[in-house]
Design a protein around this ligand. Structure first.
Ligand SMILES: [Zn+2]
Length: 500
């Protein structure tokens, strides 16, 4: 192998906050890296959540092609051990010797050419076997020793910040220890604490800066010791303040006639008030939430259109927001393909017009085809994907007002329900110096790396052509947009020239 590539993930570090850090004097190292490297926004999946974004990052695939169950909001986790979900480091007959440490969504560990330490989020406890090969655990027996401390509720914020900082310092030290023993073609470290940090400390940007300041120092230390040829820093999604308003989209769908409720006017009104009280109570009470889930679980598992809401006439209901907050499903059983396409366009058009206090509610709305090039008809996954503005979040309650000021006493001031813009920064011997003005997708990272190592793949993501210098040593030094690159490529194709 001709090079070593190191990837470091900072979970949930948004593009906007990354720019803030660049201009912060206390973190001068980051600025230096960015001045000689390549940077761009990195667009996450919809919804922009870690359990979809990381699988897309490492497989180069769109979420519905990884698992349409996962995207339908069912309680299923990414199946890392399935052969079709294999991560990019397994391509090319596993020729890349890899060291993967603390990456989320990689529990239980799977075999690879190299070593793997599963990350937080799915690893249940420090007692489990979270390494490949299993014997590796003897060398790092306490890697997840702080797992329960991190996941616990903390009233004292200062203490919690200290725990996050000391834990990541500990994990970096273990990463260094593993790198010291051997050279790897590819090494990857994931900082999951960065996500907790943003969730809990979003209101205090000094805390955020303080944390990233220490993490950048830790990264710098690793780089000094292991001297990789090229480095990629990135995040899996962005962050924003938590939402202020719930948009009860199923109430809106019911009023528009897409959802048909059973009963007469009086019984509908009674149900409306019962629902209202129930959802208010359930917001702050997990027991009531669980009872609700039990009561509404009389679902017909055979049907791709779930039937879990009570008092709904599903033989006449066309569309609903099912689990989650990001996707509307259409009832394929009562719509033929032609009607389906018609109703989908009509509904998207109507949704785009929804306003609250003279402001549009959505950033973007797509059909499954438009967003993921995925045929959803006949399958249990969203037909329409929704990305609200950060101020709003779609919620399922039927029978409530369309909009409600959120009363939930959320201890987490930061959220990423609709924050797609993460960051990508690459620097090193073979990286172009380019501040990219357009956006790359999180799916593009894996095929870009494989292309660099001359490993064939048929991933859905695009190769970020302008990230690495080309083989002939030609360097890109000016800012080019993706459109310019595309035009150049097609011109070259037309005249039979090889891309430079
Ligand atoms: Zn995340």
């Amino acid at each position: 192998m001709k090079e070593q590539l190191m990837i470091i993930g900072l979970d949930g570090l948004s593009w906007k906050f990354y720019l803030k850090l660049l201009n912060s004097h206390s973190i001068s190292k980051l600025k230096k890296w960015s001045e000689k490297g390549y940077s761009s926004k990195l667009l996450s999946t919809v919804p922009p959540v870690t359990y979809l974004a990381i699988p897309s990052l490492i497989t180069g695939k769109n979420p519905p092609n990884i698992s349409n169950k996962l995207i339908s909001g069912e309680k299923e986790i990414y199946n890392f051990s399935k052969e079709e979900n294999k991560p990019f480091w397994d391509y090319g007959n596993k020729k890349l010797r890899s060291c993967i440490v603390n990456l989320r969504c990689t529990y239980p560990p799977r075999s690879l050419n190299g070593i793997l330490v599963s990350g937080d989020l799915y690893t249940p406890s420090n007692e489990e076997n979270y390494t490949y090969p299993p014997e590796l655990k003897k060398e790092i027996p306490d890697f997840h020793k702080n797992l329960h401390k991190i996941e616990k509720k903390h009233n004292n914020k200062e203490t919690y910040l200290k725990i996050l900082k000391s834990d990541i310092k500990w994990k970096f030290s273990q990463f260094e220890k593993l790198l010291k023993k051997q050279k790897y073609d590819l090494s990857l470290f994931w900082d999951g604490n960065s996500d907790y940090l943003n969730h809990f400390f979003w209101y205090n940007k000094d805390y955020l800066k303080d944390y990233y300041n220490s993490v950048i120092t830790l990264i710098d230390n690793v780089l000094k010791k292991s001297k990789p040829r090229n480095v990629i820093l990135l995040s899996d999604h962005g962050f924003d303040s938590t939402y202020e308003y719930s948009f009860n989209i199923n109430s809106w769908l019911a009023d528009k006639g897409y959802i048909k409720q059973k009963g007469n006017k009086i019984s509908k009104t009674i149900i409306k008030y019962i629902n209202k009280i129930f959802y208010k109570l359930a917001r702050n009470n997990n027991l009531i939430k669980k009872i609700g889930a039990k009561l509404t679980s009389n679902e017909n598992q055979e049907s791709p259109f779930s039937r879990k809401y009570p008092r709904i006439d599903y033989s006449k209901t066309i569309a609903q927001l099912d689990a989650g907050w990001w996707g509307i499903q259409l009832n394929h059983e009562i719509l033929d393909k032609e009607e389906y396409i018609k109703i989908r366009s009509k509904l998207i058009k109507e949704l785009r017009q929804i306003e609250f206090s003279d402001e549009g509610v959505f950033q973007e709305i797509w059909s499954s085809q438009e967003l993921y090039n995925y045929e959803a008809y006949g399958k249990k996954c969203p037909d329409i994907y929704l990305l609200t503005k950060p101020k709003f979040r779609c919620n399922p309650p039927i029978g409530n007002n369309h909009f409600e000021k959120d009363v939930k006493k959320d201890v987490r001031p930061g959220h990423h329900y609709n924050s797609r813009e993460g960051f990508l920064l690459a620097f090193g011997k073979d990286i172009n110096n380019l501040n990219y003005t357009a956006k790359n997708s999180i799916m593009d990272v894996a095929p870009t790396i494989l292309n660099r190592f001359n490993i064939d793949n048929n991933m859905e993501g695009d190769i970020i052509e302008e990230l690495f210098k080309s083989e002939d040593g030609l360097e890109l030094t000016t800012t080019r947009t993706r459109e310019e690159m595309e035009i150049k490529k097609s011109v070259n194709k037309l005249f039979g020239k090889k891309d430079d």
